[in-house]
Design a protein around this ligand. Structure first.
Ligand code: UDP
Length: 387
Protein backbone atom coordinates (compact mmCIF):
# COMPACT_ATOMS: atom_id res chain seq x y z
CA UNK A 1 0.00 0.00 0.00
CA UNK A 2 1.19 3.52 -0.80
CA UNK A 3 2.03 5.59 2.23
CA UNK A 4 -0.47 8.33 3.01
CA UNK A 5 0.17 12.03 2.49
CA UNK A 6 -1.02 14.45 5.11
CA UNK A 7 -0.92 18.23 5.28
CA UNK A 8 -0.86 19.98 8.63
CA UNK A 9 -1.48 23.72 8.49
CA UNK A 10 0.27 25.44 11.39
CA UNK A 11 3.43 24.47 13.30
CA UNK A 12 2.25 25.41 16.80
CA UNK A 13 1.64 22.84 19.54
CA UNK A 14 -1.47 21.38 17.87
CA UNK A 15 0.26 20.77 14.56
CA UNK A 16 3.55 19.60 16.05
CA UNK A 17 2.03 17.12 18.53
CA UNK A 18 -0.25 15.72 15.85
CA UNK A 19 2.64 15.37 13.38
CA UNK A 20 4.71 13.63 16.03
CA UNK A 21 2.00 11.13 16.91
CA UNK A 22 0.92 10.36 13.35
CA UNK A 23 4.50 9.95 12.14
CA UNK A 24 5.17 7.53 15.01
CA UNK A 25 2.24 5.26 14.21
CA UNK A 26 1.29 5.54 10.56
CA UNK A 27 2.93 4.84 7.24
CA UNK A 28 2.76 8.39 6.00
CA UNK A 29 4.52 11.53 4.91
CA UNK A 30 3.51 14.77 6.56
CA UNK A 31 3.93 18.27 5.18
CA UNK A 32 3.62 21.06 7.73
CA UNK A 33 3.17 24.57 6.48
CA UNK A 34 3.40 27.67 8.57
CA UNK A 35 2.84 31.17 7.28
CA UNK A 36 5.41 32.60 9.73
CA UNK A 37 9.18 32.37 9.44
CA UNK A 38 9.44 30.12 12.51
CA UNK A 39 7.82 27.11 14.14
CA UNK A 40 6.15 27.08 17.56
CA UNK A 41 3.23 29.43 16.89
CA UNK A 42 2.67 31.83 19.76
CA UNK A 43 4.87 29.69 22.03
CA UNK A 44 7.92 30.54 19.95
CA UNK A 45 11.01 31.48 21.99
CA UNK A 46 14.24 33.01 20.77
CA UNK A 47 17.40 34.35 22.42
CA UNK A 48 17.50 38.12 22.27
CA UNK A 49 20.59 39.19 20.30
CA UNK A 50 21.42 42.18 22.52
CA UNK A 51 21.07 40.58 25.96
CA UNK A 52 21.24 36.81 25.41
CA UNK A 53 17.97 36.41 27.32
CA UNK A 54 15.52 33.74 26.12
CA UNK A 55 12.47 35.72 25.02
CA UNK A 56 8.91 34.40 24.78
CA UNK A 57 8.32 36.28 21.54
CA UNK A 58 4.52 36.29 21.81
CA UNK A 59 4.27 36.92 25.54
CA UNK A 60 4.76 34.85 28.71
CA UNK A 61 4.19 31.09 28.50
CA UNK A 62 4.42 29.13 31.71
CA UNK A 63 3.72 25.45 31.25
CA UNK A 64 1.33 24.05 33.83
CA UNK A 65 -0.92 21.01 33.89
CA UNK A 66 -2.74 18.71 36.30
CA UNK A 67 -2.17 15.71 34.03
CA UNK A 68 0.91 13.64 34.72
CA UNK A 69 0.80 12.05 31.28
CA UNK A 70 0.98 15.45 29.57
CA UNK A 71 3.82 16.56 31.85
CA UNK A 72 5.69 13.30 31.16
CA UNK A 73 5.03 13.69 27.44
CA UNK A 74 6.63 17.16 27.16
CA UNK A 75 9.48 16.15 29.49
CA UNK A 76 10.28 13.19 27.28
CA UNK A 77 11.50 15.59 24.55
CA UNK A 78 13.36 18.34 26.44
CA UNK A 79 14.40 19.27 29.96
CA UNK A 80 12.05 21.48 31.97
CA UNK A 81 13.07 23.35 35.11
CA UNK A 82 10.52 24.13 37.80
CA UNK A 83 9.07 27.60 37.52
CA UNK A 84 6.35 29.09 39.71
CA UNK A 85 4.69 32.21 38.35
CA UNK A 86 4.29 34.75 41.17
CA UNK A 87 2.61 37.70 39.51
CA UNK A 88 2.44 41.10 41.25
CA UNK A 89 -0.15 43.81 40.63
CA UNK A 90 0.32 47.54 40.71
CA UNK A 91 -2.70 49.66 41.61
CA UNK A 92 -2.74 53.35 42.57
CA UNK A 93 0.99 53.43 43.25
CA UNK A 94 1.16 50.29 45.43
CA UNK A 95 2.30 46.75 44.72
CA UNK A 96 0.06 43.80 45.66
CA UNK A 97 0.27 40.03 45.63
CA UNK A 98 -1.70 38.05 43.03
CA UNK A 99 -3.78 36.00 42.45
CA UNK A 100 -6.08 37.42 45.12
CA UNK A 101 -4.91 35.73 48.32
CA UNK A 102 -4.71 36.46 52.03
CA UNK A 103 -1.74 38.75 51.48
CA UNK A 104 -3.65 40.75 48.83
CA UNK A 105 -6.66 41.09 51.13
CA UNK A 106 -4.53 42.23 54.07
CA UNK A 107 -2.49 44.61 51.89
CA UNK A 108 -5.55 46.10 50.25
CA UNK A 109 -7.71 46.53 53.35
CA UNK A 110 -4.74 47.30 55.61
CA UNK A 111 -5.55 44.40 57.93
CA UNK A 112 -3.83 41.36 59.41
CA UNK A 113 -6.67 38.87 59.09
CA UNK A 114 -6.12 35.17 59.50
CA UNK A 115 -7.82 32.86 56.96
CA UNK A 116 -11.12 32.56 58.88
CA UNK A 117 -11.32 36.29 59.54
CA UNK A 118 -10.57 37.07 55.90
CA UNK A 119 -13.29 34.66 54.75
CA UNK A 120 -15.84 36.26 57.07
CA UNK A 121 -14.79 39.70 55.91
CA UNK A 122 -14.97 38.86 52.19
CA UNK A 123 -18.41 37.33 52.82
CA UNK A 124 -19.57 40.79 53.94
CA UNK A 125 -18.19 42.23 50.67
CA UNK A 126 -19.62 39.62 48.34
CA UNK A 127 -22.90 40.16 46.53
CA UNK A 128 -25.06 37.32 47.81
CA UNK A 129 -27.97 38.20 45.52
CA UNK A 130 -26.11 36.69 42.56
CA UNK A 131 -27.03 33.05 41.85
CA UNK A 132 -25.13 31.36 39.01
CA UNK A 133 -22.86 34.18 37.71
CA UNK A 134 -23.75 35.10 34.13
CA UNK A 135 -20.74 37.32 33.41
CA UNK A 136 -17.17 38.10 34.40
CA UNK A 137 -18.49 40.97 36.53
CA UNK A 138 -21.06 38.85 38.37
CA UNK A 139 -18.45 36.19 39.03
CA UNK A 140 -16.20 38.84 40.60
CA UNK A 141 -18.93 40.54 42.64
CA UNK A 142 -20.15 37.20 43.95
CA UNK A 143 -16.76 35.91 45.07
CA UNK A 144 -14.63 38.92 46.03
CA UNK A 145 -17.00 41.92 46.19
CA UNK A 146 -16.91 45.37 44.67
CA UNK A 147 -13.68 46.85 46.10
CA UNK A 148 -11.25 44.10 45.08
CA UNK A 149 -13.06 43.76 41.77
CA UNK A 150 -12.71 47.46 40.96
CA UNK A 151 -9.05 47.52 41.97
CA UNK A 152 -7.64 44.40 40.37
CA UNK A 153 -10.09 43.31 37.66
CA UNK A 154 -12.25 46.11 36.32
CA UNK A 155 -9.55 48.34 34.78
CA UNK A 156 -7.26 45.50 33.73
CA UNK A 157 -10.08 43.58 32.07
CA UNK A 158 -11.41 46.63 30.22
CA UNK A 159 -7.92 47.21 28.84
CA UNK A 160 -7.35 43.54 28.04
CA UNK A 161 -10.69 42.83 26.37
CA UNK A 162 -11.80 46.29 25.18
CA UNK A 163 -15.28 45.96 26.62
CA UNK A 164 -17.15 46.08 29.91
CA UNK A 165 -16.53 43.01 32.08
CA UNK A 166 -20.32 42.64 32.32
CA UNK A 167 -20.24 41.65 28.60
CA UNK A 168 -17.64 38.90 29.11
CA UNK A 169 -18.24 35.28 30.14
CA UNK A 170 -17.64 34.25 33.77
CA UNK A 171 -15.30 31.53 32.50
CA UNK A 172 -12.51 34.09 31.88
CA UNK A 173 -12.36 35.02 35.55
CA UNK A 174 -12.73 31.38 36.64
CA UNK A 175 -9.20 30.89 35.30
CA UNK A 176 -7.92 32.65 38.41
CA UNK A 177 -8.12 31.26 41.95
CA UNK A 178 -9.05 33.24 45.10
CA UNK A 179 -7.20 31.95 48.16
CA UNK A 180 -7.49 32.52 51.88
CA UNK A 181 -3.86 31.66 52.56
CA UNK A 182 -0.52 33.10 51.47
CA UNK A 183 -0.11 30.84 48.42
CA UNK A 184 0.76 33.23 45.58
CA UNK A 185 1.37 30.60 42.90
CA UNK A 186 -0.60 31.91 39.90
CA UNK A 187 -1.70 28.40 38.94
CA UNK A 188 -3.31 25.56 40.86
CA UNK A 189 -1.84 22.81 38.70
CA UNK A 190 0.70 20.45 40.32
CA UNK A 191 3.10 20.27 37.34
CA UNK A 192 4.66 23.61 36.41
CA UNK A 193 7.84 24.54 34.58
CA UNK A 194 9.59 26.12 31.63
CA UNK A 195 11.78 24.28 29.10
CA UNK A 196 15.43 25.09 29.81
CA UNK A 197 16.19 25.97 26.18
CA UNK A 198 12.81 27.47 25.39
CA UNK A 199 9.67 26.12 23.70
CA UNK A 200 10.92 26.20 20.13
CA UNK A 201 13.41 23.43 20.87
CA UNK A 202 10.52 21.30 22.14
CA UNK A 203 8.60 21.92 18.92
CA UNK A 204 11.73 21.04 16.89
CA UNK A 205 12.01 17.75 18.75
CA UNK A 206 8.35 16.97 18.13
CA UNK A 207 8.95 17.48 14.41
CA UNK A 208 12.20 15.52 14.26
CA UNK A 209 11.27 12.75 11.87
CA UNK A 210 12.24 11.99 8.30
CA UNK A 211 8.53 11.54 7.66
CA UNK A 212 7.90 15.24 8.39
CA UNK A 213 8.74 18.16 6.10
CA UNK A 214 8.31 21.65 7.50
CA UNK A 215 7.84 24.57 5.12
CA UNK A 216 7.94 28.08 6.59
CA UNK A 217 6.58 31.29 5.06
CA UNK A 218 3.91 29.20 3.37
CA UNK A 219 0.43 30.59 3.62
CA UNK A 220 -2.36 28.09 3.22
CA UNK A 221 -5.27 28.81 1.02
CA UNK A 222 -7.88 26.20 0.48
CA UNK A 223 -8.21 24.87 -3.05
CA UNK A 224 -9.39 21.68 -4.72
CA UNK A 225 -5.79 21.11 -5.85
CA UNK A 226 -4.41 21.12 -2.33
CA UNK A 227 -7.23 18.88 -1.19
CA UNK A 228 -6.61 16.41 -4.02
CA UNK A 229 -2.92 16.34 -3.28
CA UNK A 230 -3.39 14.99 0.26
CA UNK A 231 -5.21 12.14 1.92
CA UNK A 232 -6.13 14.39 4.81
CA UNK A 233 -5.65 18.02 5.88
CA UNK A 234 -5.36 19.09 9.52
CA UNK A 235 -6.02 22.79 9.84
CA UNK A 236 -4.96 24.71 12.96
CA UNK A 237 -5.41 28.30 11.72
CA UNK A 238 -8.44 30.54 12.35
CA UNK A 239 -11.63 28.81 11.23
CA UNK A 240 -13.12 32.01 9.80
CA UNK A 241 -10.00 32.53 7.64
CA UNK A 242 -10.35 28.95 6.31
CA UNK A 243 -13.76 29.88 4.95
CA UNK A 244 -12.52 33.28 3.75
CA UNK A 245 -14.70 35.03 6.33
CA UNK A 246 -17.82 34.20 4.35
CA UNK A 247 -20.12 34.61 7.37
CA UNK A 248 -18.06 37.45 8.89
CA UNK A 249 -15.09 37.81 11.21
CA UNK A 250 -14.77 36.23 14.63
CA UNK A 251 -13.62 38.68 17.31
CA UNK A 252 -10.11 38.37 18.71
CA UNK A 253 -8.00 40.57 20.93
CA UNK A 254 -4.41 40.95 19.95
CA UNK A 255 -1.49 42.16 22.01
CA UNK A 256 1.51 44.25 21.03
CA UNK A 257 4.79 44.67 22.86
CA UNK A 258 7.02 47.66 23.44
CA UNK A 259 10.56 46.37 23.90
CA UNK A 260 13.10 47.88 26.30
CA UNK A 261 16.68 46.87 27.09
CA UNK A 262 18.34 47.95 30.34
CA UNK A 263 21.17 47.11 32.72
CA UNK A 264 20.63 44.91 35.76
CA UNK A 265 17.16 44.07 37.02
CA UNK A 266 14.26 46.24 35.85
CA UNK A 267 11.36 45.08 38.02
CA UNK A 268 12.62 42.16 40.11
CA UNK A 269 9.91 39.80 38.86
CA UNK A 270 8.80 38.06 35.66
CA UNK A 271 5.35 39.67 35.45
CA UNK A 272 3.78 42.78 36.98
CA UNK A 273 0.18 43.60 36.08
CA UNK A 274 -0.90 47.23 35.84
CA UNK A 275 -4.49 47.36 36.99
CA UNK A 276 -5.18 51.11 36.78
CA UNK A 277 -7.45 52.25 33.95
CA UNK A 278 -5.22 55.18 33.08
CA UNK A 279 -2.02 53.16 32.50
CA UNK A 280 -2.25 52.25 28.81
CA UNK A 281 -0.52 48.85 29.05
CA UNK A 282 -1.81 45.77 30.89
CA UNK A 283 1.42 44.25 32.13
CA UNK A 284 5.22 44.32 31.97
CA UNK A 285 7.19 41.11 31.53
CA UNK A 286 10.91 40.84 32.12
CA UNK A 287 12.03 37.64 30.49
CA UNK A 288 15.23 36.75 32.29
CA UNK A 289 13.08 36.05 35.35
CA UNK A 290 11.42 33.20 33.40
CA UNK A 291 14.84 31.49 33.43
CA UNK A 292 16.20 32.07 36.95
CA UNK A 293 18.81 29.35 36.27
CA UNK A 294 20.56 31.72 33.83
CA UNK A 295 22.69 34.78 34.67
CA UNK A 296 22.48 37.97 32.59
CA UNK A 297 23.90 41.41 33.36
CA UNK A 298 21.50 43.07 30.99
CA UNK A 299 17.78 42.71 30.88
CA UNK A 300 14.99 42.91 28.32
CA UNK A 301 11.41 43.74 29.26
CA UNK A 302 8.19 44.37 27.37
CA UNK A 303 5.19 46.58 28.01
CA UNK A 304 2.14 44.72 26.74
CA UNK A 305 -0.76 46.55 25.10
CA UNK A 306 -4.04 45.01 24.05
CA UNK A 307 -6.22 45.99 21.11
CA UNK A 308 -8.83 44.73 18.69
CA UNK A 309 -7.42 42.47 15.97
CA UNK A 310 -7.24 44.00 12.50
CA UNK A 311 -6.50 42.33 9.16
CA UNK A 312 -2.72 42.10 9.53
CA UNK A 313 -2.59 41.41 13.29
CA UNK A 314 -1.89 38.07 14.93
CA UNK A 315 -5.11 36.83 16.58
CA UNK A 316 -4.47 35.99 20.26
CA UNK A 317 -7.50 35.82 22.53
CA UNK A 318 -10.86 34.62 21.17
CA UNK A 319 -13.49 37.01 22.55
CA UNK A 320 -16.43 34.63 22.29
CA UNK A 321 -19.10 37.30 22.70
CA UNK A 322 -22.66 36.33 21.80
CA UNK A 323 -22.34 37.37 18.14
CA UNK A 324 -19.05 35.49 17.84
CA UNK A 325 -20.66 32.31 19.11
CA UNK A 326 -23.46 32.59 16.56
CA UNK A 327 -20.88 32.97 13.78
CA UNK A 328 -18.82 30.11 15.18
CA UNK A 329 -21.82 27.76 14.95
CA UNK A 330 -22.20 28.60 11.25
CA UNK A 331 -18.54 27.91 10.55
CA UNK A 332 -18.60 24.75 12.63
CA UNK A 333 -21.59 23.42 10.80
CA UNK A 334 -19.75 23.84 7.48
CA UNK A 335 -16.61 22.28 8.92
CA UNK A 336 -18.48 19.25 10.20
CA UNK A 337 -19.53 18.46 6.63
CA UNK A 338 -15.93 18.31 5.39
CA UNK A 339 -14.77 14.81 4.50
CA UNK A 340 -10.97 15.09 4.51
CA UNK A 341 -10.33 18.06 6.79
CA UNK A 342 -9.92 18.30 10.55
CA UNK A 343 -9.91 21.45 12.70
CA UNK A 344 -7.73 21.61 15.80
CA UNK A 345 -6.40 23.99 18.41
CA UNK A 346 -7.07 27.47 19.75
CA UNK A 347 -7.69 29.20 16.41
CA UNK A 348 -9.55 26.48 14.53
CA UNK A 349 -11.89 25.75 17.44
CA UNK A 350 -11.98 29.40 18.59
CA UNK A 351 -11.44 28.71 22.27
CA UNK A 352 -9.27 30.19 25.06
CA UNK A 353 -6.81 27.30 25.47
CA UNK A 354 -3.60 26.93 27.46
CA UNK A 355 -0.66 24.93 26.11
CA UNK A 356 -1.58 21.82 28.10
CA UNK A 357 -5.15 21.88 26.76
CA UNK A 358 -3.85 22.12 23.20
CA UNK A 359 -1.39 19.26 23.71
CA UNK A 360 -3.97 17.07 25.46
CA UNK A 361 -6.47 17.53 22.65
CA UNK A 362 -3.92 16.93 19.91
CA UNK A 363 -2.86 13.68 21.62
CA UNK A 364 -6.47 12.52 21.91
CA UNK A 365 -7.27 13.48 18.35
CA UNK A 366 -4.20 11.67 17.01
CA UNK A 367 -5.42 8.51 18.79
CA UNK A 368 -8.84 8.90 17.22
CA UNK A 369 -7.36 9.45 13.77
CA UNK A 370 -5.11 6.39 14.06
CA UNK A 371 -8.07 4.27 15.15
CA UNK A 372 -10.23 5.64 12.35
CA UNK A 373 -7.42 4.88 9.90
CA UNK A 374 -7.61 1.27 11.05
CA UNK A 375 -11.37 1.31 10.60
CA UNK A 376 -11.97 1.07 14.35
CA UNK A 377 -13.51 4.49 14.94
CA UNK A 378 -15.41 7.21 13.15
CA UNK A 379 -13.46 10.42 12.62
CA UNK A 380 -15.02 13.73 13.59
CA UNK A 381 -13.97 17.08 12.08
CA UNK A 382 -13.24 18.52 15.53
CA UNK A 383 -11.78 17.05 18.70
CA UNK A 384 -14.55 16.16 21.11
CA UNK A 385 -15.12 19.63 22.55
CA UNK A 386 -17.86 21.50 24.34
CA UNK A 387 -18.69 24.98 23.22
N1 UDP B 1 -7.30 39.67 35.07
C1 UDP B 1 -7.47 40.90 35.67
N2 UDP B 1 -6.46 41.41 36.44
C2 UDP B 1 -5.28 40.78 36.59
C3 UDP B 1 -5.10 39.52 35.96
C4 UDP B 1 -6.12 39.00 35.21
O1 UDP B 1 -8.52 41.52 35.54
O2 UDP B 1 -4.40 41.33 37.29
C5 UDP B 1 -8.41 39.12 34.26
C6 UDP B 1 -8.31 39.55 32.80
O3 UDP B 1 -9.62 39.76 32.29
C7 UDP B 1 -7.67 38.35 32.14
C8 UDP B 1 -8.30 37.20 32.92
O4 UDP B 1 -8.39 37.71 34.27
O5 UDP B 1 -7.96 38.28 30.77
C9 UDP B 1 -7.51 35.90 32.89
O6 UDP B 1 -6.20 36.16 33.36
P1 UDP B 1 -4.96 35.26 32.93
O7 UDP B 1 -3.80 35.72 33.73
O8 UDP B 1 -5.35 33.85 32.98
O9 UDP B 1 -4.73 35.73 31.41
P2 UDP B 1 -3.59 35.31 30.36
O10 UDP B 1 -2.32 35.03 31.11
O11 UDP B 1 -4.13 34.14 29.60
O12 UDP B 1 -3.47 36.54 29.51
Amino acid sequence: MMSKKYLIVGAGFSGAVLANQLSNSLDCHIDIWDERDHIGGNCHTKRDAATGVMVHEYGPHIFNTDKKEIWDFVNSFVEFKPFVNRVKAKYKGKIYSLPVNLHTINQFFNQSYNPAEAKDFIATQADTSIGEPQSFEEQALKFIGKDLYKAFFYGYTKKQWGCEPSALPASILKRLPVRFNYDDNYYNNPYQGIPVNGYTELIEKLLESTKITVTLNEKFQFSKDVLNNYDHIFYTGPIDAFYEYKYGKLGYRTVTFEKHVAQGDYQGNAVINYCDDDVPYTRVHEHKHFAPWEKHDQTVYFKEFSKETEATDVPYYPKRLTDDKTLLLQYRSDAEKEQKISFLGRLATYRYMDMHHVIGEALEYAKLFIKADAGEAVLTAFPNVEN
